[in-house]
Design a protein around this ligand. Structure first.
Ligand SMILES: C[S@@+](CC[C@H](N)C(=O)[O-])C[C@H]1O[C@@H](n2cnc3c(N)ncnc32)[C@H](O)[C@@H]1O
Length: 209
């Protein structure tokens, strides 16, 4: 994915900072979610690397997949500073990635599926990368479980999407995970430390069936 120097600088200096600030409230959730991650891990939609401080020592190597070249530059710097074994793949996880099938002990997907255009393709790629039975650690804001809030989410959806790069506040992510062949019994509904309309969340471990 090739972007101009200006586009890359914008993603790195502006978008990166905005994402970091907006997501500060969910840091405790990241720590809890990733505490059991182990071995070789792939994170899809790495962004600025907000999960990086929360990976335990038991994670022996980390592959960061990120389509924005500007954010990937930031990620590369942060990964280098972390001293952790790593690789950065610049590209969309909705397409086949240059990574071997079933070669990961875990995959991580946090606050990504809301803005992905082809969610089934991305989830199929996550499945392809995971070793049999390996966990997909997931945290996403989703369609609210209550009717009134879901209706309000749908009302603000067009404006929210236009303002926030296509972020859909009302996506039924559990249904998408199940349709992609993931067992979501270990994924719980949670209220996120984020503003309306992105307060309703799904957090936990999904496993390929
Ligand atoms: C809101 S940010 C979240 C970043 C990070 N995962 C976090 O938890 O803070 C969403 C990220 O998903 C990335 N993204 C969007 N579409 C993607 C795709 N098809 N494959 C991989 N990453 C994607 C964006 O570039 C962005 O970095």
């Amino acid at each position: 994915m090739s972007r101009s120097w200006l586009g890359r600088a914008y993603d790195r200096e502006v978008l990166g900072r905005v994402l970091d600030a907006a997501m500060r409230g969910v840091e405790p959730l990241r720590a809890k979610l990733l505490a059991d991650a182990r071995g070789r891990v792939v994170e899809l939609g790495f962004g600025t690397g907000s999960n990086l401080p929360f990976y335990p020592e038991a994670v022996t190597s980390l592959v960061a997949v990120e389509p924005s070249e500007g954010l990937a530059e930031l990620a590369r710097e942060r990964l280098r500073r972390s001293g952790r074994a790593h690789e950065v793949v610049v590209g969309s996880a909705s397409r086949a990635l240059p990574l071997d099938a079933h070669s990961f002990d875990a995959a991580v997907l946090t606050f990504v599926l809301c803005s992905v255009k082809r969610v089934p393709d991305l989830l199929a790629e996550a499945r392809r990368l995971l070793a049999p039975g390996a966990p997909l650690f997931v945290a996403e804001h989703v369609l609210a479980p209550t009717r009134a809030t879901a209706t309000a989410q749908r009302l603000v959806r067009p404006a929210w999407k236009a303002a926030l790069g296509g972020c859909d506040p009302a996506r039924d992510t559990r249904a998408l995970l199940e349709a992609a062949g993931f067992d979501t019994r270990e994924v719980r509904d949670e209220t996120l430390a984020l503003p309306f309309p992105v307060k309703s969340g799904l957090v936990g471990v999904a496993r390929p069936r």
